[in-house]
Design a protein around this ligand. Structure first.
Ligand code: SF4
Length: 235
């Protein structure tokens, strides 16, 4: 794959995981009453943001009635509301809300993606599904490699998924592999053809479960995003 645009196009056509293909399409057909008038996306959701991003956010998977409905990462659900608001607050998004493709949302220097591109039942992909989807994440990291300076991983699932993909692009994890935690920061040394190290940050996932309970506050999200943006030269 030669470009991020080509990658995105190919992801959207993927049907490699039978359980997820069935679920994403069933959800799109049945719909939630509140979104009865929507034509759901119902396909894999590609990454969102510039192809020369200096910073990458790695989540979990699209939500059944969020990304799987709107066709854009973190768009149209409560988790996305928190994340886009925080990105806006630290100067990385041009508007605080993200409701649908074509709403004018632009990210500055940041791209967001997921280790699993299809909405899973109960937000829980299987290990096989995670590993099947890894090729897309590896390719995305490879394409972003010349410009990428920081990665923010939202949640433990993404943390487990990101390290093998980073290793496949020449950025192996330190041994032993760092444990996931909010505020964890790991510096991967510079590699020959890319100037500068890559900083990997852990952040609790912006799920409702975390934000409604106060485990993760908007200030905590802003703090990690700010540190990652500084590492990436975006502030
Ligand atoms: S989860 Fe990934 S590998 Fe599986 S069908 Fe969706 S895009 Fe393809």
């Amino acid at each position: 794959m030669r470009s991020v645009a080509e990658l995105d196009e190919r992801i959207v056509g993927c049907r490699a995981c039978p359980r997820l293909v069935a679920w994403r399409e069933e959800t799109a057909r049945v719909r939630r009453p509140a979104f009865r008038d929507w034509e759901y996306w119902g396909r894999p959701v590609p990454g969102f943001g510039p192809a020369d991003a200096a910073m990458l956010l790695v989540g979990l998977a699209p939500a059944a009635h969020g990304g799987n409905r709107t066709g854009r990462m973190f768009t149209g659900d409560r988790a996305g509301d928190v994340l886009f608001r925080a990105l806006y607050d630290v100067g990385l998004a041009n508007q605080p809300t993200s409701t649908h493709r074509g709403d004018g949302m632009t990210l500055r220097g940041v791209r967001m993606t997921a280790p699993v591109h299809c909405a899973p039942p109960a937000n829980r992909p299987t290990v096989t599904e995670r590993d099947t989807c890894r090729a897309w994440l590896t390719n995305e990291l490879r394409l972003l490699r010349p410009t990428l300076r920081s990665v923010v991983v939202l949640g433990g699932f993404g943390w487990q998924a990101a390290w093998p993909a980073l290793a496949a692009t020449g950025r192996p994890a330190p041994r032993p592999r760092p444990r996931f935690g909010h505020g964890v920061r790991v510096t991967l040394p510079a590699v020959p053809d890319v100037a500068g190290p890559l900083e990997v940050f852990g952040c609790y996932h912006v799920s409702q479960q975390n934000t409604f309970t106060g485990r993760l506050t908007p200030a905590m999200v802003r703090e990690v995003l700010t540190a990652a943006a500084e590492s990436a030269g975006l502030r």
